[in-house]
Design a protein around this ligand. Structure first.
Ligand SMILES: [Zn+2]
Length: 337
Protein backbone atom coordinates (compact mmCIF):
# COMPACT_ATOMS: atom_id res chain seq x y z
CA UNK A 1 0.00 0.00 0.00
CA UNK A 2 1.73 3.12 -1.26
CA UNK A 3 -1.10 5.60 -1.26
CA UNK A 4 -1.91 9.28 -1.30
CA UNK A 5 -4.99 11.25 -0.26
CA UNK A 6 -6.31 13.77 -2.72
CA UNK A 7 -8.65 16.43 -1.39
CA UNK A 8 -10.98 18.04 -3.88
CA UNK A 9 -9.16 20.83 -5.61
CA UNK A 10 -5.76 19.91 -4.16
CA UNK A 11 -4.67 17.94 -7.22
CA UNK A 12 -2.30 19.52 -9.69
CA UNK A 13 -3.00 19.13 -13.44
CA UNK A 14 -6.40 20.81 -13.25
CA UNK A 15 -8.08 17.77 -11.76
CA UNK A 16 -7.00 15.45 -14.58
CA UNK A 17 -6.73 11.98 -13.10
CA UNK A 18 -4.96 10.74 -16.22
CA UNK A 19 -2.09 13.15 -15.65
CA UNK A 20 -2.14 12.72 -11.87
CA UNK A 21 -2.03 8.90 -11.96
CA UNK A 22 0.83 8.93 -14.48
CA UNK A 23 2.90 11.13 -12.15
CA UNK A 24 1.96 9.19 -9.02
CA UNK A 25 2.73 5.81 -10.57
CA UNK A 26 6.11 7.08 -11.76
CA UNK A 27 6.77 8.12 -8.15
CA UNK A 28 5.97 4.60 -6.94
CA UNK A 29 2.40 4.99 -5.70
CA UNK A 30 -0.04 2.12 -6.22
CA UNK A 31 -3.16 3.58 -4.61
CA UNK A 32 -5.09 6.85 -4.59
CA UNK A 33 -7.61 8.06 -2.01
CA UNK A 34 -9.75 10.72 -3.75
CA UNK A 35 -12.10 12.76 -1.58
CA UNK A 36 -15.43 12.04 -3.27
CA UNK A 37 -17.87 12.45 -0.39
CA UNK A 38 -17.91 15.19 2.24
CA UNK A 39 -20.78 14.89 4.69
CA UNK A 40 -23.93 14.80 2.58
CA UNK A 41 -22.27 16.31 -0.51
CA UNK A 42 -21.07 14.03 -3.33
CA UNK A 43 -18.41 14.29 -6.00
CA UNK A 44 -19.81 11.28 -7.85
CA UNK A 45 -23.04 10.44 -9.65
CA UNK A 46 -25.11 10.07 -6.47
CA UNK A 47 -28.88 9.94 -6.14
CA UNK A 48 -30.93 11.92 -3.64
CA UNK A 49 -28.08 13.96 -2.10
CA UNK A 50 -26.48 17.27 -3.14
CA UNK A 51 -23.59 17.10 -5.58
CA UNK A 52 -20.63 19.45 -5.41
CA UNK A 53 -21.23 22.37 -7.79
CA UNK A 54 -17.60 22.31 -8.99
CA UNK A 55 -17.77 18.66 -9.91
CA UNK A 56 -18.17 18.71 -13.72
CA UNK A 57 -18.65 15.13 -14.92
CA UNK A 58 -18.01 12.27 -12.53
CA UNK A 59 -14.66 12.67 -10.71
CA UNK A 60 -14.90 9.24 -9.07
CA UNK A 61 -15.39 7.47 -12.40
CA UNK A 62 -12.58 9.50 -13.97
CA UNK A 63 -10.28 8.51 -11.10
CA UNK A 64 -11.25 4.83 -11.43
CA UNK A 65 -10.68 4.86 -15.21
CA UNK A 66 -7.24 6.46 -14.92
CA UNK A 67 -6.08 4.41 -11.92
CA UNK A 68 -7.37 1.02 -13.02
CA UNK A 69 -5.83 1.37 -16.48
CA UNK A 70 -2.51 1.48 -14.58
CA UNK A 71 -3.34 -1.25 -12.06
CA UNK A 72 -3.53 1.33 -9.30
CA UNK A 73 -6.14 0.89 -6.56
CA UNK A 74 -8.84 3.42 -5.71
CA UNK A 75 -9.98 3.84 -2.11
CA UNK A 76 -12.85 6.34 -2.04
CA UNK A 77 -12.12 8.77 0.78
CA UNK A 78 -15.35 9.59 2.60
CA UNK A 79 -15.51 12.40 5.16
CA UNK A 80 -18.41 11.60 7.47
CA UNK A 81 -20.81 13.99 9.21
CA UNK A 82 -19.24 17.33 8.27
CA UNK A 83 -21.37 19.96 6.53
CA UNK A 84 -18.65 22.31 5.23
CA UNK A 85 -19.45 21.55 1.59
CA UNK A 86 -23.20 22.02 1.95
CA UNK A 87 -24.63 25.02 0.11
CA UNK A 88 -25.60 27.55 2.85
CA UNK A 89 -28.92 28.10 1.05
CA UNK A 90 -29.81 24.43 1.58
CA UNK A 91 -28.39 24.24 5.07
CA UNK A 92 -31.47 25.15 7.14
CA UNK A 93 -33.80 22.68 5.45
CA UNK A 94 -31.17 19.96 5.66
CA UNK A 95 -30.52 20.58 9.36
CA UNK A 96 -34.25 20.42 10.08
CA UNK A 97 -34.14 16.71 9.16
CA UNK A 98 -30.55 15.97 10.12
CA UNK A 99 -29.63 17.31 13.59
CA UNK A 100 -26.12 18.65 14.14
CA UNK A 101 -23.97 18.27 17.22
CA UNK A 102 -24.28 20.64 20.15
CA UNK A 103 -21.35 21.63 22.36
CA UNK A 104 -21.38 21.30 26.13
CA UNK A 105 -21.94 25.07 26.31
CA UNK A 106 -24.94 24.79 23.97
CA UNK A 107 -23.06 26.08 20.93
CA UNK A 108 -24.11 24.80 17.48
CA UNK A 109 -21.70 22.95 15.20
CA UNK A 110 -21.20 21.93 11.60
CA UNK A 111 -21.01 18.17 12.28
CA UNK A 112 -24.03 15.91 12.09
CA UNK A 113 -24.80 14.14 15.33
CA UNK A 114 -23.49 10.59 14.82
CA UNK A 115 -25.92 8.99 17.27
CA UNK A 116 -28.96 10.32 15.37
CA UNK A 117 -30.74 7.50 13.47
CA UNK A 118 -31.54 9.65 10.40
CA UNK A 119 -27.91 10.77 10.12
CA UNK A 120 -26.59 7.23 10.42
CA UNK A 121 -29.11 5.94 7.88
CA UNK A 122 -28.08 8.68 5.44
CA UNK A 123 -24.37 7.87 5.70
CA UNK A 124 -25.00 4.15 5.32
CA UNK A 125 -27.23 4.67 2.29
CA UNK A 126 -24.51 6.81 0.66
CA UNK A 127 -21.81 4.22 1.35
CA UNK A 128 -23.96 1.36 0.10
CA UNK A 129 -24.84 3.13 -3.13
CA UNK A 130 -21.23 4.07 -3.82
CA UNK A 131 -20.04 0.52 -3.17
CA UNK A 132 -22.75 -0.98 -5.38
CA UNK A 133 -22.32 1.41 -8.29
CA UNK A 134 -18.54 1.68 -8.66
CA UNK A 135 -15.76 -0.94 -8.91
CA UNK A 136 -13.97 0.45 -5.85
CA UNK A 137 -10.99 -1.30 -4.31
CA UNK A 138 -11.69 0.29 -0.98
CA UNK A 139 -13.69 2.74 1.08
CA UNK A 140 -11.71 4.97 3.42
CA UNK A 141 -13.74 6.46 6.29
CA UNK A 142 -12.59 9.68 7.87
CA UNK A 143 -13.92 11.40 11.02
CA UNK A 144 -15.49 8.20 12.40
CA UNK A 145 -15.67 9.91 15.76
CA UNK A 146 -16.71 12.94 17.77
CA UNK A 147 -14.56 16.06 17.32
CA UNK A 148 -13.59 16.24 21.01
CA UNK A 149 -14.79 15.84 24.57
CA UNK A 150 -17.00 18.92 24.30
CA UNK A 151 -19.42 17.16 21.89
CA UNK A 152 -22.12 15.97 21.56
CA UNK A 153 -24.65 17.16 24.13
CA UNK A 154 -27.71 17.59 21.90
CA UNK A 155 -31.26 16.77 23.04
CA UNK A 156 -31.20 13.66 20.84
CA UNK A 157 -28.10 12.33 22.57
CA UNK A 158 -29.70 13.07 25.93
CA UNK A 159 -32.91 11.21 25.06
CA UNK A 160 -31.08 8.22 23.59
CA UNK A 161 -28.69 8.01 26.55
CA UNK A 162 -31.62 8.18 28.99
CA UNK A 163 -33.38 5.41 27.08
CA UNK A 164 -30.19 3.36 27.13
CA UNK A 165 -29.79 3.61 30.92
CA UNK A 166 -33.52 3.53 31.69
CA UNK A 167 -33.47 6.68 33.81
CA UNK A 168 -33.46 10.41 33.24
CA UNK A 169 -30.41 12.60 33.70
CA UNK A 170 -31.53 15.32 36.07
CA UNK A 171 -28.73 17.80 35.48
CA UNK A 172 -27.76 17.75 31.78
CA UNK A 173 -25.01 18.09 30.65
CA UNK A 174 -23.21 18.59 33.98
CA UNK A 175 -23.72 15.02 35.14
CA UNK A 176 -22.29 13.47 31.96
CA UNK A 177 -19.46 15.96 31.38
CA UNK A 178 -15.96 15.70 32.89
CA UNK A 179 -16.20 15.36 36.65
CA UNK A 180 -19.89 14.36 36.56
CA UNK A 181 -21.19 11.19 38.21
CA UNK A 182 -22.32 9.73 34.88
CA UNK A 183 -19.26 10.74 32.87
CA UNK A 184 -17.76 7.25 32.49
CA UNK A 185 -21.14 5.79 31.58
CA UNK A 186 -21.73 8.51 29.00
CA UNK A 187 -18.27 8.04 27.48
CA UNK A 188 -18.91 4.31 27.19
CA UNK A 189 -22.27 4.94 25.52
CA UNK A 190 -21.00 7.41 22.93
CA UNK A 191 -18.01 5.13 22.18
CA UNK A 192 -20.35 2.18 21.62
CA UNK A 193 -22.54 4.36 19.36
CA UNK A 194 -19.59 4.96 17.02
CA UNK A 195 -18.54 1.31 17.19
CA UNK A 196 -22.01 0.09 16.28
CA UNK A 197 -22.02 2.49 13.32
CA UNK A 198 -18.75 0.98 12.05
CA UNK A 199 -20.22 -2.52 12.47
CA UNK A 200 -23.29 -1.54 10.43
CA UNK A 201 -21.10 -0.05 7.70
CA UNK A 202 -18.99 -3.21 7.63
CA UNK A 203 -22.08 -5.43 7.28
CA UNK A 204 -23.60 -3.31 4.54
CA UNK A 205 -20.38 -3.17 2.55
CA UNK A 206 -19.85 -6.92 2.88
CA UNK A 207 -23.21 -7.40 1.15
CA UNK A 208 -22.71 -4.66 -1.42
CA UNK A 209 -19.14 -5.48 -2.44
CA UNK A 210 -17.57 -8.40 -0.56
CA UNK A 211 -13.96 -7.80 -1.69
CA UNK A 212 -13.94 -4.10 -0.83
CA UNK A 213 -11.28 -3.02 1.68
CA UNK A 214 -12.80 -0.98 4.52
CA UNK A 215 -10.18 1.34 5.99
CA UNK A 216 -10.46 3.95 8.72
CA UNK A 217 -8.40 7.08 9.36
CA UNK A 218 -7.84 7.20 13.10
CA UNK A 219 -6.41 9.33 15.90
CA UNK A 220 -2.91 7.95 16.65
CA UNK A 221 -3.17 7.94 20.44
CA UNK A 222 -5.60 5.34 21.80
CA UNK A 223 -6.51 7.21 24.95
CA UNK A 224 -7.45 10.38 23.04
CA UNK A 225 -9.17 8.29 20.35
CA UNK A 226 -11.21 6.09 22.74
CA UNK A 227 -11.80 8.86 25.27
CA UNK A 228 -12.59 12.32 23.96
CA UNK A 229 -13.25 11.18 20.39
CA UNK A 230 -15.27 8.02 21.11
CA UNK A 231 -13.19 6.22 18.47
CA UNK A 232 -12.47 2.72 19.75
CA UNK A 233 -10.30 1.54 16.89
CA UNK A 234 -8.60 -1.16 18.98
CA UNK A 235 -12.05 -2.79 19.33
CA UNK A 236 -12.73 -2.50 15.59
CA UNK A 237 -9.46 -4.28 14.88
CA UNK A 238 -10.16 -6.93 17.52
CA UNK A 239 -13.64 -7.58 16.12
CA UNK A 240 -12.44 -7.61 12.52
CA UNK A 241 -14.94 -4.96 11.42
CA UNK A 242 -12.23 -3.03 9.55
CA UNK A 243 -9.71 -4.36 7.03
CA UNK A 244 -7.04 -1.68 7.17
CA UNK A 245 -6.07 0.84 9.84
CA UNK A 246 -4.70 4.22 8.75
CA UNK A 247 -3.54 6.16 11.83
CA UNK A 248 -2.89 9.81 11.06
CA UNK A 249 0.66 9.82 12.40
CA UNK A 250 1.30 13.41 11.42
CA UNK A 251 4.56 14.57 12.94
CA UNK A 252 7.78 16.21 11.89
CA UNK A 253 9.77 13.49 13.63
CA UNK A 254 10.50 10.14 11.96
CA UNK A 255 11.28 8.69 15.41
CA UNK A 256 7.85 9.66 16.72
CA UNK A 257 6.20 8.24 13.62
CA UNK A 258 8.07 4.96 14.11
CA UNK A 259 7.14 4.77 17.80
CA UNK A 260 3.46 5.39 17.11
CA UNK A 261 3.35 2.98 14.21
CA UNK A 262 5.04 0.19 16.19
CA UNK A 263 2.53 0.60 19.02
CA UNK A 264 -0.43 0.71 16.64
CA UNK A 265 0.69 -2.36 14.69
CA UNK A 266 0.87 -4.24 18.00
CA UNK A 267 -2.64 -3.19 19.00
CA UNK A 268 -4.13 -3.76 15.52
CA UNK A 269 -2.99 -7.39 15.58
CA UNK A 270 -4.25 -9.13 12.43
CA UNK A 271 -5.41 -5.87 10.85
CA UNK A 272 -2.66 -4.31 8.71
CA UNK A 273 -1.56 -0.74 9.41
CA UNK A 274 -0.74 1.82 6.72
CA UNK A 275 0.83 4.83 8.38
CA UNK A 276 -0.71 8.18 7.50
CA UNK A 277 2.13 10.62 6.84
CA UNK A 278 1.40 14.33 7.10
CA UNK A 279 3.74 15.65 4.44
CA UNK A 280 1.55 18.64 3.65
CA UNK A 281 -1.00 18.92 6.42
CA UNK A 282 -1.80 21.95 8.54
CA UNK A 283 1.50 23.54 9.40
CA UNK A 284 3.60 20.79 7.78
CA UNK A 285 5.75 21.11 4.70
CA UNK A 286 8.19 18.25 4.27
CA UNK A 287 11.26 18.13 2.11
CA UNK A 288 11.96 15.12 -0.12
CA UNK A 289 14.55 13.62 2.32
CA UNK A 290 12.11 14.01 5.25
CA UNK A 291 9.37 12.20 3.35
CA UNK A 292 11.71 9.38 2.35
CA UNK A 293 12.87 9.07 5.97
CA UNK A 294 9.30 8.82 7.29
CA UNK A 295 8.31 6.22 4.70
CA UNK A 296 11.31 4.13 5.73
CA UNK A 297 10.49 4.61 9.43
CA UNK A 298 6.92 3.42 8.88
CA UNK A 299 8.09 0.27 7.14
CA UNK A 300 10.71 -0.45 9.81
CA UNK A 301 8.00 -0.12 12.45
CA UNK A 302 5.80 -2.82 10.95
CA UNK A 303 3.43 -0.91 8.66
CA UNK A 304 2.32 -2.61 5.44
CA UNK A 305 2.52 0.74 3.71
CA UNK A 306 1.71 4.38 4.03
CA UNK A 307 -0.74 7.00 2.85
CA UNK A 308 0.61 10.50 2.30
CA UNK A 309 -1.44 13.61 3.06
CA UNK A 310 -1.87 15.07 0.57
CA UNK A 311 -1.50 15.30 -3.21
CA UNK A 312 -0.86 18.94 -4.10
CA UNK A 313 1.55 21.03 -6.16
CA UNK A 314 4.17 20.95 -3.43
CA UNK A 315 4.04 17.15 -3.10
CA UNK A 316 4.26 16.76 -6.88
CA UNK A 317 7.30 19.03 -6.79
CA UNK A 318 9.23 17.06 -4.14
CA UNK A 319 8.31 13.72 -5.75
CA UNK A 320 10.15 15.01 -8.83
CA UNK A 321 13.31 15.25 -6.68
CA UNK A 322 13.17 11.59 -5.59
CA UNK A 323 14.77 9.43 -8.23
CA UNK A 324 13.52 5.86 -8.55
CA UNK A 325 10.26 6.53 -6.68
CA UNK A 326 9.40 7.02 -3.03
CA UNK A 327 9.27 3.36 -1.99
CA UNK A 328 12.51 2.53 -3.77
CA UNK A 329 14.30 5.53 -2.24
CA UNK A 330 13.04 4.55 1.22
CA UNK A 331 14.22 0.93 0.76
CA UNK A 332 17.62 2.12 -0.40
CA UNK A 333 17.87 4.41 2.62
CA UNK A 334 16.87 1.59 4.99
CA UNK A 335 19.55 -0.62 3.43
CA UNK A 336 22.05 2.12 4.18
CA UNK A 337 22.47 3.08 0.52
ZN1 LIG B 1 -25.98 14.47 19.62
Amino acid sequence: MEGVWEASGSSPYGGSWEAACAVLQAAGFDAVFPCVQYGPVARWDASGIPVSPDMGGDPLQACLDAAHSRDMAVHAWVVLWKLSWLDPAASDSFRAIHPTQVGVDGSPSDWLCPTDPANRALEIRILREMAERYPLDGLNLDFVRFPDGDHCYCQGCRTRFEQHRGAVVEDWPREVYFGGSLHDEYWEWRRSAITSFVSQVSEVLSEASPDLVLSVDVIPDTSEARGNCGQDWPAWCRDGTVDLLVPMNYTGSADSLAAWTRLQAGIAGEVPVAAGIGAFSTGAEMTAPQLVEQVGAAMDAGAVGWVVFQYCDRLASILGEISGGLGWAADRRRAGG
